[in-house]
Design a protein. Sequence first.
Length: 206
Amino acid sequence: MTSASNDLRFALRSFKKSPVFTAVAVLSLALGIGANTAIFTLLDQILLRLLPVKNPQELVLLSMKGFHYGGNWGANALSFPMYRDFKENNQVFTEMFCRFSYRVSLGYGGQTERVLGELVSGTYFPVLGVGAAVGRTLTPEDDRIPDGHPVVMLSYDYWKTRFAGDKSIVGKTVNVNSHNYTIVGVAEQGFDGVELGYTTQLFIPV
């Protein structure tokens, strides 16, 4: 113990004599600790932590590889007609849903802003086992009529920040890309979509 105390006092005297070296050493330690924390957080989000959905280990992602023909957006995305064919002829999976993320303009109360939107099929929330904190989720019934009455859902965090957690927002109308949509619900707390690094704020029936 005495030897350790002497070593510590010697180190402190040395640091006091060389303030520049001390500052560089402290800064290096701080940067190292910060970098390690950032890397661990990233690994935790991407590799270790499961999505907050029902049976996340059973989820499978289908994507398209190769050339893209016609006027599509690329990004290895399957077309909606192809998804529909897969779903109608599915003999492998318990259930299927489709999704596509993109930015939209949302207007409400005289203010318009760009938000992170996600086009989802009506099976999206039932398959994931995600419920609604307020109102209801999107369901297969919302897919029945093409261009039917347009509805949307808000994410929990966006509902809290943009609409101050106002429960009466359900049933109100918002303007999305110059079209009126009725808010039918708010997703349960903790669920922001299934794409890591992309925090969905608005869910729109595909």
